[in-house]
Design a protein around this ligand. Sequence first.
Ligand SMILES: C[S@@+](CC[C@H](N)C(=O)[O-])C[C@H]1O[C@@H](n2cnc3c(N)ncnc32)[C@H](O)[C@@H]1O
Ligand SMILES: Nc1nc2[nH]cc(C(=O)O)c2c(=O)[nH]1
Ligand code: SF4
Ligand SMILES: [Mg+2]
Length: 220
Amino acid sequence: MPASLSTTSSRNTGNKERSDWKLTAYPVMEHFYTIQGEGAHAGQAAYFIRLAGCDVGCWWCDVQESWDASVHPEIAAEELVDAACESGSSIVVITGGEPLMHDLTALTEGLHEAGLQIHLETSGSSPLTGHIDWVTLSPKRFKEPLVEIFPHVDELKVVVLTRKDLIYAEKNAAECPAGTLKMLQPEWDTPESVPLIVKYVKENPDWRISLQTHKLLNVP
Ligand SMILES: C[S@@+](CC[C@H](N)C(=O)[O-])C[C@H]1O[C@@H](n2cnc3c(N)ncnc32)[C@H](O)[C@@H]1O
Ligand SMILES: Nc1nc2[nH]cc(C(=O)O)c2c(=O)[nH]1
Ligand code: SF4
Ligand SMILES: [Mg+2]
């Protein structure tokens, strides 16, 4: 294949050299148009790009089939941007897997060139790349966020199973900018966490509850 037609890898190598954004390819588990189910933008139509690969390993993760990038196809940024544009959405959510395992420079350049707003769902465990309009940080004890992400956080969303997670939520909130939206999200299969979260938010009203409403609506 001529060099001009070959795709370049999105692997997050820290290499700042940039090639044409259209040809940069990412391992993608799925991309689809749906309703944002979680957090501050819940209820808004959004195009989701779920990049494959995750090295965090949360045992309760609801998308474990995303972890192994090698079983998912590489898709060029141009195809992803075209699909997002054709959906008619004005918001694109980049999620995963752990999307920051990939250099998001090319993908975000293309999405912005198309006039789209870019939201990111991340554990913050790899370096932040690309230009993002809304950063949702969901920190994990299994692989802690890098401190460099904290100044960029718009929304902190902590998954709660037990009381320990509320302490972990406060520890992370202390690192985030003033004005960060602070969300507690029940782990889906741990309904016992709900009374704990309700009590906590009533006593600490600077926190809000985020529910995975897409699972209630039965949409992707
Ligand atoms: C699948 S993750 C992908 C993005 C990134 N790896 C992260 O963890 O933020 C997307 C969101 O779903 C949350 N999540 C994953 N499994 C969950 C579960 N079983 N219950 C509630 N939230 C969950 C994560 O904490 C994160 O906020
Ligand atoms: N509808 C819908 N909303 C979501 N918000 C965050 C999600 C994610 O997996 O990152 C997600 C998802 O998987 N589906
Ligand atoms: S960091 Fe995100 S994708 Fe990775 S295991 Fe945890 S919830 Fe799943
Ligand atoms: Mg999800």
